[in-house]
Write a protein that binds this ligand. Structure first.
Ligand SMILES: C[S@@+](CC[C@H](N)C(=O)[O-])C[C@H]1O[C@@H](n2cnc3c(N)ncnc32)[C@H](O)[C@@H]1O
Length: 291
């Protein structure tokens, strides 16, 4: 585990916002809400549905689904599931303070072994979980197994390997060792054993078809955001871990260069980008599939 981040709830509540200004944090939260709404709306939740949120984290999707079930006033149930118990504890704390009449259950299970009977779930929801699993096929097979025939799998995943790379923001004239760092970053982003970047919309669609889903659709979405860089923003890009148990970009660069060289690269980036407007391209996929 990184020194900077001890568990998923800390990563979700603090670490992921570390490099952001207040304005960018507010935009990110609004974007997360809209992504959550998109996933939950795709599920077309019915009053008696058994809804499973896989890798619930702090409950972004589960609480939205719960609100829908509450309004529908049926007999439906929401299952908060996660591999890490700190996430379930955080959702429990919230529900202790905000009681509900909606039936719910907490399930400490990994996506590859959900510990639920087959054909028991009407709607399986997920956001940004497959991106943390190296071999996505067993996880998708397991989701297929627990869904009832006719049940939906609705999800959102970031497609990190086609996002803007750091070197694309730079001018080689102002950065010593530009080409060495460009090559290293390209190698890091094409590592087939790295869960973060070993997939895209096409491989996910193939995984869904392999599992047996009948009408898998994967809708690729690209957004461009522009912002002005401050010096303080740059260091967290390199030292913040992408998840609690994964190395930061700086730690990955240590496989290629010594620390002094990396620190010099970061410092040159700070000097070069300070005050400049940059455009960042981020890609994601919305998934809908019926068993
Ligand atoms: C980026 S967070 C997303 C949390 C939540 N779905 C959201 O949208 O805010 C990733 C979540 O996946 C969970 N997770 C990671 N690997 C998992 C696995 N193999 N099975 C189930 N959950 C997993 C983590 O505990 C964490 O809660």
């Amino acid at each position: 585990m990184s020194d900077l981040c001890k568990n998923w709830t800390q990563w979700l509540s603090q670490t992921r916002f570390a490099a952001l200004t207040d304005e960018m944090k507010a935009q990110t939260i609004a974007w997360l809400e809209s992504v959550g709404d998109a996933v939950v709306n795709m599920a077309q939740i019915q009053p008696n549905d058994n809804v499973l949120d896989i890798g619930t984290g702090t409950g972004l999707l589960a609480f939205k689904a719960m609100e829908i079930l509450e309004n529908l006033n049926g007999d439906g149930k929401i299952i908060f599931s996660d591999k890490f118990s700190d996430c379930l504890d955080s959702c429990k704390d919230f529900l202790d303070k905000n009681p509900t009449n909606v039936k719910h259950q907490f399930l400490n299970a990994s996506c590859e072994d959900l510990k639920l009977p087959e054909n028991s779930i009407d709607k399986a929801l997920m956001r940004s979980v497959l991106v943390h699993i190296v071999d996505k096929q067993p996880a998708i097979n397991e989701i297929y197994r627990v869904l009832k025939p006719g049940g939906f799998f609705c999800a959102f995943e970031p497609i990190i390997r086609s996002n803007t790379r750091y070197w694309e923001l730079l001018d080689p004239k102002f950065i010593s060792s530009f080409h060495e760092f460009k090559d290293a970053e390209n190698k890091i982003m094409s590592d087939s054993n790295d869960s973060l970047c070993n997939f895209d919309d096409l491989t996910i669609k193939q995984n869904l078809n392999n599992a047996g889903f009948s009408d898998a659709s994967t809708l690729l979405h690209a957004i461009e955001s522009k912002y002005i860089v401050t010096k303080e923003m740059v260091l967290p890009w390199f030292i913040s871990p992408p998840s609690p148990d994964r190395p930061s970009m700086k730690e990955r660069f240590l496989l290629f260069f010594d620390e002094k060289k990396i620190d010099n690269y970061i410092s040159e980036i700070q000097n070069y980008l300070e005050g400049k407007e940059i455009t960042i391209k981020t890609n994601s996929v919305l998934i809908h599939a019926t068993k």
